[in-house]
Design a protein around this ligand. Structure first.
Ligand code: AHR
Length: 521
């Protein structure tokens, strides 16, 4: 058995837990929309054609903000195609994913669905093939109350009140050569800043997300952020960061340390933001919007699935990147979400990419059922129980060496404090050994365990197990009784390769609280 010590300091607050960290993403891509959230004729479809079974799972997942309509899709999208009478909407070649887009679902339908689901829409504008005028028109159409041609068009299309969309992404992954209308940092930075300025003149209440790097290995990473921020330091409210992880060449130890990679990536972007703001003498705050993150077997997509897709015919909602997630993937997703919480002093938003069918926690079959993938569970449990504040915790643990990130502690941990409760998120990165963790909550002795769930490899199970249409609940989080309490301290024995959430009753004995940027008093 390996060993670790976790010391939680509830008085040392990193940041209040923001609901915006539990966002997700619906792109007009593959079967995310069509036969995903929308399938008229399905046994559970509502009067507008939206699947109630999928909607219920979205609500159970606890997603808060949904980015829409892309992704790579948005860089060739003409938003006007997707409003007005459905029968009159044009069918288009969708070049980003080599598909046919019917525009049957557009802004009005998606906003209605989002309202029913209780989620906020985060809308992206096309800065690939289009620019200022298009973005300004879409914003006016969406958010201006009435008495202009565009706002009256929206009203004529059935929506009297403005959509009131606050969050706007200025394009998508414009640093990537795969992007329609790919740009240099200067080209993009200037366009995004000028577009953003006009958008804020139309609606000063909006928040703008500039497109940052598509991943930390982009050759332009770092200079891209600095250059883009230089152009729009006065207008951007967030800059995005996209991060996908996969297990390559069977290197599971590096894969399980993906959270370390995300921590480093986030802190590097945070440093660039700080340095650029300081250089401009600006006291603004610019947050990091991790608006695409997940596990994605990209190597398989690029080498095996993509060539025939792009060489083949043009089809409506083809099956694209419907990754079936394993126990290992779920542990990594849990740990990536822990990284987002740990860094929530600088991460302002995050979107699990994506929501349904396309690298998604929820799967659905046409005319068939919907089910939860393994990755659904750590996300849903974290979204449900992450309350209060993320607080500082210190890990001392046995380590393992990884090719990707050097030596990493076997224990990954995040602590949350909410009144007299402390919630721990714990990952054992060892694939072979259980990990005993001695937990000490400073100034708040552990009285009892309120709730515990573990997702891992049960006895005789495989780390490659997944949920499927025929076995939707093969992998579930279980109460394995891994935590015991003795004399004010807790002891957890984390199974090899596992993610756990543990809620502890921790009545405080002191009321000393440190908020970020103030001295402890
Ligand atoms: O989420 C799938 C794709 O990944 C998105 O369209 C794109 O932004 C990213 O490369």
């Amino acid at each position: 058995m390996a060993h670790a010590r976790l010391t939680v300091t509830p008085s040392d607050i990193i940041a209040p837990v923001s609901p915006r960290l539990f966002g997700s993403f619906v792109e007009h891509m593959g079967r995310a929309v069509y036969t995903g959230i929308y399938e008229p004729g399905h046994a559970t479809a509502d009067e507008r054609g939206f699947r109630r079974d999928v909607l219920e799972l979205v609500q159970e997942l606890g997603a808060t903000v949904i980015r829409y309509p892309g992704g790579n899709f948005v860089s060739g999208f003409r938003w006007e195609d997707s409003v007005g009478p459905v029968a009159e909407r044009p069918t288009r070649l969708e070049v980003a994913w080599h598909s046919i887009e019917t525009n049957e679902v557009g802004l009005h339908e998606f906003a209605d669905w989002a309202e029913t689901a209780g989620v906020e829409v985060m809308n992206a504008v096309n800065l690939g093939t289009r620019g200022i005028e298009d973005a300004a028109s879409l914003l006016e159409y969406s958010n201006h109350p009435e008495n202009t041609a565009l706002s009256e068009q929206r009203r004529a299309n059935g929506r009297d009140e403005p959509f009131g969309i606050t969050l706007w992404c200025l394009g998508n992954e414009m640093d990537g050569p795969w992007q329609i209308g790919h740009k240099t940092a200067d080209e993009y930075g200037r366009l995004a800043a000028e577009t953003g300025r006009v958008m804020k003149w139309i609606d000063p209440g909006i928040e703008l997300v500039a497109a940052g790097s598509s991943n930390a290995d982009m050759p332009t990473f770092g200079t891209w952020e600095k250059t883009v921020l230089e152009h729009g330091i006065d207008v951007f409210d967030h800059i995005s960061l996209h991060a996908y992880y996969e297990e390559t060449n069977g290197d599971v130890d590096s894969f399980l340390a993906s959270g370390v990679g995300l921590d480093r990536y986030i802190r590097r972007v945070a440093d660039i933001i700080r340095e650029t703001l300081d250089a401009h003498g600006s006291d603004r705050t610019i947050g990091i919007s991790v608006d695409e993150w997940n596990v994605w077997n990209q190597t398989r997509f690029n080498e095996i699935d993509k060539p025939p897709l792009f060489a083949g015919g043009w089809n409506e909602h083809p099956r694209i990147i419907e990754d079936e997630y394993t126990v290992t993937d779920a542990v990594v997703v849990g740990s990536l979400l822990m990284s987002l919480l740990r860094n929530s002093d600088v991460v302002s938003m995050a979107n699990l990419a994506q929501l349904v069918n396309v690298i998604a926690p929820i799967r659905s079959e046409p005319d068939g059922p919907a089910w939860r993938q393994t990755t659904f569970h750590p996300f849903a449990l974290t979204a449900r129980f992450a309350q209060g504040s993320v607080v500082r915790s210190t890990v001392e643990a046995d380590e393992q060496s990884t090719a990707g990130y050097g030596a990493v502690p076997l224990l990954d941990a995040v602590a949350l404090a909410d009144g007299d409760e402390t919630t721990l998120l714990l990952v054992n990165r060892s694939t072979t050994e259980a990990l005993e963790v001695a937990v000490d909550v400073e100034g708040a002795p552990v009285a009892s365990v309120l709730h515990q769930r573990t997702l891992g490899v049960p006895d005789g199970g495989s780390r490659h197990s997944s949920n499927s249409q025929s076995e939707p609940d093969a992998v579930l989080p279980l109460d394995l009784g891994i935590v015991t309490v003795d004399d004010g301290a807790a002891r957890a024995v984390l199974p090899a390769l596992s993610w756990s959430i543990v809620r502890l009753a921790t009545p405080r004995t002191t009321s000393t609280i440190t908020t970020p940027g103030t001295d402890n008093v």
